[in-house]
Design a protein around this ligand. Structure first.
Ligand SMILES: [Zn+2]
Ligand SMILES: [Zn+2]
Length: 258
């Protein structure tokens, strides 16, 4: 059989391959965690800051409740309950007899851990539906225009984006969660390890400071004047600045925040 999602060969009787099963379970769990911030986002007088902890008061809103968020929660609720019944093999005609009263969060968690998640017949269809909903939830919680690239995923090398106040980022491809600070430091470290990477004093100061290690452009210029740094037509080498500024400090920070 082929995986209904990615089409790779799967074991007999499986609708999803192991990787897709893991990803679907991960997405369901992530959605369960997003329920509370989603409910917080219903209040149109607040911008809840999505995945980030900071709340920002916005100007007077057009309606007290964000109807788009309400619709999204309803859709997620209906889909999750439908999925759970499918997983348990409850026929659509009998759904009104389903005695379960669990809330949406519990329903999502139950689906994520369900033993039939990779074997039930409509797994591929539900995976696509759940992915679409997760994408919409992310768009509500972290409006895209506030996000910018911070570095690549440790596991799958996908470029990750984060809002300015985000502390954690979830990889859209492999679903792994990483600390924003760690991703930025790792990117800086990569720049510093590759001795072909060059930049101006301003570029380099910005790259370090952005990753949480304050380096002033002036300081770099002083090092050039004192002959501690060699400037070239292509610019300064990140690795030279790295050696002067941090040395062990970057390694220490990566170990602490990993
Ligand atoms: Zn697959
Ligand atoms: Zn990844």
């Amino acid at each position: 059989m082929n995986c209904q999602n990615c089409k790779t060969i799967t074991e007999e009787g499986y609708s999803l391959c192991e990787a897709c099963e893991l990803r679907l379970a991960g997405t369901l769990l992530r959605l369960a965690r997003d329920i509370m911030p989603l409910h917080d986002s219903l209040d149109a007088t607040l911008h809840p800051g999505g995945h980030s902890p900071v709340r920002i008061q916005t100007a007077t809103p057009p309606t007290p409740i964000r109807l788009d968020v309400l619709d999204l929660i309803d859709m997620l609720d209906a889909t999750a309950r439908e999925l759970w019944r499918c997983l348990d093999g409850i026929d659509a005609l009998d759904w009104h007899n389903d005695p379960r009263m669990e809330d949406l969060e519990a329903t999502l968690i139950a689906c994520a851990g369900h033993p039939k998640l990779a074997t039930f017949g409509d797994a591929g269809f539900y995976m696509a539906t759940i992915d679409g909903l997760a994408w919409k939830v992310d768009a509500v919680l972290d409006p895209p225009e506030q996000r910018r690239e911070i570095g690549t995923c440790e596991l799958c090398d996908t470029m990750l984006t984060a809002g300015t106040a985000d502390q954690w980022v979830t990889c859209p491809v492999c679903g792994s969660e990483q600390r924003v600070q760690t991703v930025k430091l790792r990117r800086l470290k990569k720049l510093c390890w590759d001795d072909s990477k060059r930049g101006s004093a301003a570029d380099i100061a910005k790259a370090f400071t952005d990753a949480g290690i304050t380096v002033r452009r002036n300081t770099i210029n002083v090092w050039i004047n004192r002959g501690k740094l060699q400037n070239s037509p292509q610019g300064l080498a990140y690795c030279d600045v790295y050696r002067l500024v941090v040395g062990g400090e970057l390694d220490k920070k990566l170990t602490v925040t990993a």
